[in-house]
Design a protein around this ligand. Structure first.
Ligand SMILES: [Mn+2]
Length: 278
């Protein structure tokens, strides 16, 4: 690769139509309640990946050993929510029906709903490992059934999804009643069923805002990087069939650290998804 040239794809990715893992940007940014900006997440995350090594000392694995491609961003009709969700579901379904694993970069958290609808075409019974500051279990948000704040409720309604929710520290009393909280890596280990396929939805606001401020809804009291790594270690050997990283809004963090954290989490999850990794 040419020195000094910015490569607009994730570090270590290859152009390969038969890759095992497909990265896909999904810049949906319509239902944000506080502030928007997550549509700029995918581009910033890819740029930040070039500050990292392809080798992970946490997992003793190298991106160069994994066959994954980055197919750029989905073209979404901004402002047209239902058509956008339909495009995302079709893209996700097509990837899993080809026997490949999708890794979507949001965009707002609502994208997880159509992604998992698509994934369920090939994997009807799933476990969802959900990293987030927020429950996202409202039945509606200011009258809207389809919102970043209702996404986990909509997913529950799809059925056959066992939830493991990590880092949650914000929601209504009713939402907390419905939560499936995991408050330590040890608890995650006992709850995970090794036989059931796993989907990971990683809302970057699970991190403490002192580390990651580039999010649409910052919530104090979050996880630090090493804690997230401990949770990810528990997922070694799990049957991970898809993932997303959402809610990165890079313009709120002039230090760029939020994007680097996001890229580093993506690197680790790609390694966990890679075939025959552990
Ligand atoms: Mn959140």
């Amino acid at each position: 690769m040419q020195k000094g040239v910015f490569h607009n794809h994730f570090i270590g990715s290859r152009e390969n139509a038969s890759s095992d893992i497909v990265l896909l940007g999904c810049p949906l940014d319509i239902t944000s309640s506080f502030r928007s900006g997550s549509k700029f997440g995918p581009e910033s995350l890819r740029r930040a990946s070039w500050t990292l090594e392809t080798y992970s000392p946490y997992l003793d694995h190298d991106l160069e050993e994994i066959n994954f491609s980055d197919t750029g961003d989905l073209e979404l009709p901004q402002g047209n929510l239902l058509e956008s969700l339909d495009i995302i579901e079709k893209a996700s379904g097509a990837i899993v029906e080809n026997g490949r694993k999708p890794f979507f970069f949001g965009g707002e958290h609502l994208v997880t709903y159509p992604i998992m609808k698509g994934v369920k075409r090939a994997f009807p019974v799933l476990q969802l490992v959900h990293f987030d500051a927020h429950c996202d279990l409202r039945d509606d948000y200011e009258g809207q059934k389809l919102s970043h704040a209702t996404v986990m409720k909509r997913l529950k309604e799809l059925g056959d999804i066992t939830m493991h929710q990590i880092g949650i520290r914000s929601g209504t009393r009713q939402e907390f009643k419905e939560l499936a909280p995991v408050d330590s890596p040890g608890v995650l280990k006992t709850r995970l069923d090794p036989e059931v396929p796993v989907y990971i939805s990683f809302d970057i606001d699970v991190f403490d805002p002192s580390l990651v401020s580039g999010v649409t809804t910052p919530e104090p009291g979050g996880l630090m990087f090493q804690e997230v790594i401990q949770y990810l270690h528990v997922l070694k050997g799990a049957k991970i069939i898809g993932a997303d990283l959402v809610e990165l809004a890079p313009d709120y963090d002039t230090t760029f650290v939020s994007s680097v954290c996001a890229a580093k989490v993506v690197r680790e999850i790609i390694m966990l998804m890679g075939p025959g990794t552990f």
